[in-house]
Design a protein around this ligand. Structure first.
Ligand SMILES: [Zn+2]
Length: 606
């Protein structure tokens, strides 16, 4: 397969090999350059990392009408320079294709950027309170009645380990406002007493079957709401206005420009996300190619024809048609949640063998098989015909599958679809795939199922170690986040950040992909690599977040690499991410982001 022609970092052409790479590019690039009209923009004297089939490196690139018209040498680009051409001397800086984020939640991400966020930081109780108090102090005009909604709370990483928060914790804040703090994984809310009053939550509030309203010994709610229990609170949350949603979409796009993201998939699209990004598009302010995957509700899935009809209506309303230089909206994906999460308290990821439980005593743990495995949210006889109907109608499934059993069943469904539609070019993605049965690794390549991985989850940390190791046991834990095994099995891995589950930090995620080591600040417990899974070669990690994600979004013929004829979606970096020490990848700064030939972001001073 051509996309896999150069999987080893060692065959990336370094600077001394310019001649070879350039020769190849001129051959496949613009012919008779002198006959062409001048380019709008020429970038020269750079380290142009193309992500073409050979991972070629060039020196210069020319853009006309939003497309790349030349990739090659400083000498070869000269005929493209006319009187009106903007020529930029890159002084050796690295240029690469714009990043393509194959799984994120941009409206929530934008909200997290705008509002009060704890940024998933490991916090002590006093740091937790200080940060919330500073949000309150910065919005004193909202006293005493307006809600303060705090996001980005990573419950599992509070310091010291085992620290938690509830209404009693929040009582130390100087405010009369109702407060709700949301965990990064969406599974927990913590509210203060004022919030409980406003929501009318008391001892008498009934429990729910699909979650927990945590109570003290006397049955009084403690302010902690898990899973379905959160509805008691969310039901009274203020609904963001249209203006607020537009602000969220704009904030999301600003964050993406700064990170170098030129295309993204909204991996669980809501009508409010579609309408917000559509309004931003109509205002001419969309700065990344936007893809949407409306969620297919499990209760509707047994009627595939109706699912497809609803998707067609959404597409007719919002999809802006074939790709053009200016970024626009595509509705071609459909989201299917096969299961939930591996970590407690949810443990809703569907596994073949049970989650383990600790039957020991404090200080003397004794981990044994429990009786929970988690169950797939779709039965095979519902999922399989749904997949065929989607593929037939030209919609591309984006399946959330975290546990080995959910992944297996998702692969089975892709197989049924491939057999039913042998000639259809359907890009089937399986997002997360945190635990995969080793017998299934090679099915990804065989079935052309794209694992969409969040590399930062392969870092040792409270979530990846404390939330899984003992619960899965050593055999399964050894292959958690199996990027190394999937790479070895020739899977076409794409990257997805899952923002705002984590804060948007693509460069830190790429570093995690190639090191699988964590933040030294987290201490000895989280030192070293997560497990025996191998890190990805650097060139492959970059391919995952460019061309492979472009393939996932079915736009690889037009984006994802810097080749003649493709759209000019590219970024200029402050360092060469192929050459810097791996621990410096995370601090990469994007100096310029170009989408369809237009510069949408330029760092101060560049
Ligand atoms: Zn997600």
């Amino acid at each position: 397969m051509s996309w896999f022609a150069c999987p080893k970092v060692g065959c990336v052409r370094r600077a001394p090999a310019f001649g070879i790479a350039v020769a190849a590019l001129v051959f496949s690039g613009a012919s008779a350059a002198g006959d062409e009209t001048a380019a709008d923009t020429v970038l020269r004297n750079g380290y142009v990392y193309t992500v073409d089939p050979h991972d070629s490196v060039a020196q210069a690139l020319a853009i006309r009408a939003g497309r790349i018209v030349y990739v090659g040498s400083n000498e070869g680009v000269k005929p493209y320079v006319g009187p009106a051409t903007q020529v930029q001397d890159l002084q050796g800086r690295m240029v690469m294709p714009g990043l393509i984020d194959g799984h994120m939640h941009p409206l929530g991400g934008g909200a997290a950027r705008m509002g009060c966020s704890l940024d998933a930081a490991p916090l002590t109780t006093s740091q937790f309170l200080e940060r919330i108090q500073s949000c309150l102090d910065a919005s004193k005009d909202q006293e005493p009645a307006a809600w303060l909604q705090v996001s980005g709370w990573c419950r599992q990483v509070m310091r010291p380990p085992g620290t938690d928060a509830d209404a009693a914790t929040l009582a130390a804040l100087k405010t009369d406002r109702p407060i709700a703090v949301a965990s990064t994984d969406g599974r927990t809310l913590v509210a203060n007493r004022r919030a409980l009053e406003v929501a009318g939550i008391s001892k008498a509030t009934p429990d729910v079957p699909d979650g927990r309203i945590v109570r003290d010994r006397d049955g009084n709610p403690t302010g902690v709401f898990e899973d379905g229990g959160q509805r008691a609170l969310t039901a009274v949350f203020p609904v963001p206005s249209r203006t607020d949603r537009l602000k969220m979409a704009r904030a999301a796009l600003a964050a993406m420009r700064e990170q170098g993201i030129t295309s993204f998939l909204d991996a669980a699209t809501s009508p409010s996300s579609l309408s917000a990004f559509s309004a931003v598009y109509k205002a001419g302010e969309l700065t990344a190619r936007a893809y949407f995957a409306p969620v297919i509700d499990a209760k509707d899935a047994a009627e595939p024809a109706e699912v497809v009809a609803a998707l067609r209506i959404t597409k007719a309303l919002y999809d802006t048609g074939p790709l053009a230089p200016a970024p626009a909206l595509t509705v071609r994906n459909a989201k299917i949640f096969m299961d939930g999460l591996l970590q407690p308290p949810a443990q809703t990821a569907a596994l073949f063998a049970p989650y383990r439980v600790d039957k020991g005593r404090p200080g003397a743990p004794k981990w044994v098989d429990g009786d929970r495995t988690g169950a797939p949210f779709f039965a095979a006889d519902v999922l399989n015909p749904l997949m065929v109907a989607l593929g037939e109608a030209g919609f591309e499934p984006h399946i959330h599958a975290t546990g080995d059993r959910a992944v297996h069943q998702a692969l089975d469904a892709v197989e049924v679809m491939r057999n039913a539609l042998p000639d259809a070019d359907v890009r089937a993605a399986i997002a997360h795939a945190e635990l995969v049965d080793p017998a299934d690794y090679d099915r990804f390549a065989r079935l052309d199922a794209i694992p969409v991985m969040s590399f930062q989850w392969a870092r040792p940390g409270p979530n990846s170690i404390d939330g899984t190791r003992d619960y899965l046991g050593p055999v399964r834990f050894a292959h958690l986040e199996p990027e190394g095994s999937l790479y070895a099995a020739h899977a076409r891995i794409a990257y997805g950040s899952d923002w705002p589950v984590d804060k948007l930090d693509e460069w830190s995620a790429i570093q995690a992909g190639v090191t699988r080591t964590g933040d030294p600040a987290l201490g000895k417990r989280y030192a070293g690599r997560l497990n025996s899974e191998k890190p990805l070669p650097r060139a492959f990690a970059l391919r995952a977040i460019t061309l492979n994600a472009a393939y996932e979004l079915h736009q690889d013929a037009q984006t994802g690499s810097l080749e003649t004829g493709k759209l000019a979606d590219l970024i200029v970096l402050d360092r060469n991410v192929l050459k810097v020490p791996p621990e410096d990848i995370a601090i990469t700064r994007v100096l310029m982001t170009v989408v369809g030939g237009s510069t949408v972001y330029r760092a101060a001073g560049f």
